[in-house]
Ligand binder design. Sequence first.
Ligand SMILES: Nc1ncnc2c1ncn2[C@@H]1O[C@H](COP(=O)(O)OP(=O)(O)OP(=O)(O)O)[C@@H](O)[C@H]1O
Length: 319
Amino acid sequence: MPFSAPDTATRELILSATDVTVAYGQHKALDGLNLEIREGELVGIIGPNGAGKTSFIRALCGRTRVTGDLNVAGTDLRRSTDRRRHIALVPQDIGLYPHLTARENLTVIGRLLGLKDRAAINQALETVEMSQHAKTRVSEMSGGMKRRINVAAAIMTGPKLVIFDEPTAGVDAPARDTVHRLARALADQGKAVILITHELEQAEALCDKILVLCKGKRLAFEPPARLLERSFENQREVMVRYATPPEPEVLNAMQPFAFTPGEMPTIWVAMTNANEVSFVSAFLTALKGENDLVREISVRRPGLTALMHRVEKTGQIAA
Ligand SMILES: Nc1ncnc2c1ncn2[C@@H]1O[C@H](COP(=O)(O)OP(=O)(O)OP(=O)(O)O)[C@@H](O)[C@H]1O
């Protein structure tokens, strides 16, 4: 049944984190995090390596010592003996028995979790749209189907908060899209959902809010459009692709335009506040006879990928 709450303020508060700190010795992996997530919200957590993303998930799952307050649906997580009722973690890897069917897998996992109710299995299969494949062996399933059953196994206890921990690492594109669609669908059904991902373009399109972490600190927590507006205002990203990596004289000509290396040696990226047409025209003029080397120039509004580069370089979201 689709979830429909009239506005954000009336939605139930699911996760409340107040001054949450995770320390390994003297080193604070997570440093005084404050956060609220409500039912129906899909929150993407992004940040450079070592930002504290995993430490936060470990804190939520009770796998590390934590100071501060962590509440899920009004339950103090530090005192709860039954986190699984409140929180589901969808792991990176498939944790299923390949020779068993979908239903057999969920039955075994349900028993391990102390679930006696078959209805929970049916409900989970229905939620991930796999009811018609209940009798299919996992070994005969596509990557996307296995991911769906993996999610079903995680949500059988009926948690209010579902965490996807980098579920798309090393996964092919269709399976990745399946996982992302499921994360969105669970939020649309009223769950609070956390997605830790390096798929920044997808996070931008899917998530209601983005939490940006860097060196254990919260840099931002807001809807992606607002975050990008605040970070880049009217800036544009200019991407140039050359036929071959630029020679020193081309690099010299590029210098006044502050290009930085892109994801391949042939790709270079610059940010500009100027009118983009003037920028591109001035750049091509500066290249003079080397113009022929340019295969492509594109101009776009900076997205979360550009934001992540900035955070990696400067530790900040605004220039
Ligand atoms: N068990 C540990 N003992 C000591 N330091 C740790 C431990 N686990 C993590 N750290 C440190 O805490 C910081 C945060 O690490 P964490 O794994 O939470 O970051 P992350 O954002 O998940 O990074 P990544 O994207 O690389 O997985 C890093 O500086 C890391 O080196």
